[in-house]
Design a protein around this ligand. Structure first.
Ligand SMILES: Nc1ncnc2c1ncn2[C@@H]1O[C@H](COP(=O)(O)OP(=O)(O)OP(=O)(O)O)[C@@H](O)[C@H]1O
Ligand SMILES: [Mg+2]
Length: 215
């Protein structure tokens, strides 16, 4: 047994339904852990996560699976692409799992993959891609369903500043045009500046937590 790590402590955070929130913090401060709790990939030892007034701890495993698939878009820090699926299959996966036909799913994937400049790569496997290209595939997969809640873990960490800005504008648009919730975690002040509100986390504690002005 290793030593106990308290990754998060006394976090109290309310996020508006149409808000773009950035959580800014150094490496190891607890950002990914926080996103995993909000996205029901991990659960707190104490406390509760409420989504639209419902406690996640009250959901069955089946409800949690559907919640993750239908309501949440995750952009993982380390992408989590499926190595045996092509670029378009990775991007279309949320649609395919929900019963969309392969033809229609591919058409929708093609559009979003083109938006991030990867149209030439649509049939390639992830192993043939650079880190930034993989990140754009991961972003496309999260955006394809226009999820009610987007959880973005350092989504521009592997991108040059031009591509980073394109992606952050797309994320901004998801929030503004489609009235979705976005939670972006990052150590990058520039990425955080695209948000409506910035909170800061340090050693698992929110050291700056201005209240939300957006419902
Ligand atoms: N499964 C685990 N077991 C033990 N400690 C963990 C585990 N996962 C994370 N931690 C620790 O919890 C703390 C927060 O980790 P977390 O991954 O949330 O940080 P982060 O802010 O996302 O960092 P980075 O910017 O480097 O991705 C770190 O000290 C980390 O070592
Ligand atoms: Mg992290």
């Amino acid at each position: 047994m290793g030593e106990e790590v308290k990754a998060l402590q006394d976090i109290s955070l309310e996020i508006g339904q149409t808000e773009f929130l950035a959580v800014l913090g150094a490496s190891g401060s607890g950002k990914s852990t926080l996103l995993n709790m909000i996205g029901a990939l991990d659960s707190p030892d104490k406390g509760e996560v409420f989504i639209a007034g419902q406690p996640l701890s009250g959901m069955t495993d089946k409800e949690l699976t559907l919640f993750r698939r239908r309501k949440i878009g995750y952009i993982f820090q380390f992408f989590n692409l499926f190595p045996h699926l092509s670029v378009w299959e990775n991007v279309a996966l949320p649609l395919l799992l929900d019963g969309e036909s392969p033809g229609k799913a591919k058409d929708r994937a093609r559009k979003i993959i083109s938006d991030v400049g990867l149209q030439e790569r649509i049939d390639h496997l992830p192993q043939a891609l650079s880190g930034g290209e993989m990140q754009r595939v991961a972003i496309s997969r999260a955006l394809i369903t226009r999820p009610e809640i987007l959880l973005a873990d350092e989504p521009t960490g592997n991108l040059d500043s031009h591509m980073g800005e394109i992606i952050l504008n797309q994320i901004r648009e998801l929030c503004t045009e489609y009235k979705r919730t976005v939670i972006l975690v990052t150590h990058d002040h520039k990425a955080a500046s695209f948000a409506d509100r910035i909170v800061e986390i340090q050693d698992g504690v929110l050291i700056k937590n201005p209240s939300s002005k957006i419902q």
